[in-house]
Design a protein around this ligand. Structure first.
Ligand SMILES: [Zn+2]
Ligand SMILES: [Zn+2]
Length: 420
């Protein structure tokens, strides 16, 4: 497209989406790099699934898919008449990939991570987007409580590398299908006695899923929930032993945690361990990262009976509390005078880039003063001067912008100064 013909009508980014421009994208790249490096240290590997899937995958009620998520899905019919959905979460895609490629027949456990965009037709508000980004980590086929502790330890490792110091780790067990029904019943009875204190939403939840009352943000509901029975008294022997072992192993990682009996994460599919990393860096204390174990999800999904365990991080939110140092750029700007020098400039740039030096040649004809002005604007670290004299001698002038120091030499000699 020519610079002279701007688009006829201005088209803005779709509501709830955002551009990540240079200057900001470096923080994203740093987060992605640190996450990848950290997870790989623990033997996790990346699994990239498509951004859209058959709608029914997300309607089956797997993963975090609740009624809410289903209502917020970006669903469309393609030209072949198929109903497709932009993924609102990641777990169903991984489950599908495992079943489709029979990864469950390979050595277990399977440790995966993923980062990328998810889509929900949510009401956009501050810090919430319709295209948002998540880092997800999942382990399949590992029953051992050491796996739960490893995930929490790894998440903590990543947050330490990101410089998040203001955080608290909450851990709980939500029991299993054998022991949770009795707890739900006890909660239902208690909530039934105290409906007057609950909001209309929680009164409904008291009937359908009383554990979700713990997630309500209404102060009166939170206050009532504080005196509700705690799950620990209801755990079966297996769940209790599992939880005791998770806590004991977390000691090995030297990670201070707090057992929060109210941390139920409100979602039906969690079993045994749940955890959250909360931070007050966002004002009110809120979750940076959450996860847990989901032993029955794959089976419910129609797949093999293998257990799952994992966590998810909202990247937008995490980036709003960390201050990652931007990478130091060392740009070499090549200033040339005239057509012949331009050819030499292009050759020199090629030489320096092959040697690992970030190098820029602009193709607009400029005088030397204009070149230096431009180099300043680009915050170049050095300017290489290429004129007729320099070309004839095969020796070029290099100016360090911060100090004004100038050296002269062949391109090979100058490499030393550029690297020093
Ligand atoms: Zn149990
Ligand atoms: Zn409520």
């Amino acid at each position: 497209m020519s610079e002279d013909s701007p688009p006829k009508k201005e088209v803005a980014a779709v509501k709830g989406t955002h551009d990540i421009l240079p200057g900001e994208v470096e923080k994203w790249q740093a987060l992605e790099r640190l996450a990848r490096e950290t997870f790989e240290l623990y033997g996790y590997r990346e699994l990239r699934a498509p951004v859209f899937e058959a709608t029914e995958l997300f309607e089956k009620g797997t993963g975090q898919t609740s009624d809410v998520v289903t209502k917020e899905m970006y669903t469309f019919t393609d030209k072949g008449g198929r109903s497709l959905t932009l993924r609102p979460e990641y777990t169903p895609s991984v489950a599908r990939a495992i079943i489709e490629h029979r990864l469950d027949l390979q050595a277990r456990p399977m440790r995966f991570y993923y980062m990328g965009p998810m889509f929900r037709y949510d009401r956009p508000q501050k810090g919430r987007y319709r295209q948002f980004h998540q880092i997800d980590v999942e382990v399949f086929g590992e029953q051992d409580p050491a796996c739960d502790a490893e995930l929490i330890g790894m998440a903590d490792h990543l947050l330490r590398r990101l410089g998040v110091t203001d955080k608290e780790i909450l851990v709980n067990s939500v029991g299993c299908r054998a022991c949770r029904p009795a707890y739900s019943q006890a909660l239902r009875e208690e909530a039934g006695k105290r409906t007057a204190e609950l909001c209309p939403d929680c009164r409904r939840k008291a009937e359908t899923n009383p554990l979700r009352i713990f997630d309500c943000k209404v102060e009166a509901c939170q206050s009532a929930a504080r005196s509700f029975p705690e799950i620990q008294g209801f755990l079966c022997a297996e769940c209790r032993d599992h939880f005791t072992e998770v806590l004991s192993l977390l000691g090995l990682y030297g990670i201070p945690i707090r057992v929060d009996p109210k941390l139920v994460r409100g979602l039906d599919y969690y079993t045994k361990t749940t955890f959250e990393f909360v931070s007050s860096g966002l004002g009110a204390q809120s979750a940076l990262l959450g996860g847990g174990r989901y032993d029955d999800m794959m089976k419910d999904f129609g797949g093999p009976d293998i257990c799952g365990n994992g966590f998810a991080i909202g990247m937008e939110r995490l980036l709003s509390v960390v201050s990652l140092p931007l990478p130091e750029r060392r740009l070499l700007y090549v200033a040339y005078l005239g057509g012949a020098a331009k050819r030499t400039a292009v050759e020199l740039a090629r030489f320096f880039r092959e040697e690992g030096v970030e190098c820029l040649v602009e193709f607009k004809d400029r005088g030397m003063k204009a070149h230096f002005g431009r180099a300043n604007k680009l915050e170049a670290s050095w300017v290489l001067v290429v004129g007729e004299d320099e070309i004839r001698k095969g020796r070029f002038g290099l100016k360090e912008m911060a100090t004004g120091r100038q050296v002269e030499g062949t391109r090979e000699e100058l490499l030393g100064s550029l690297r020093g």
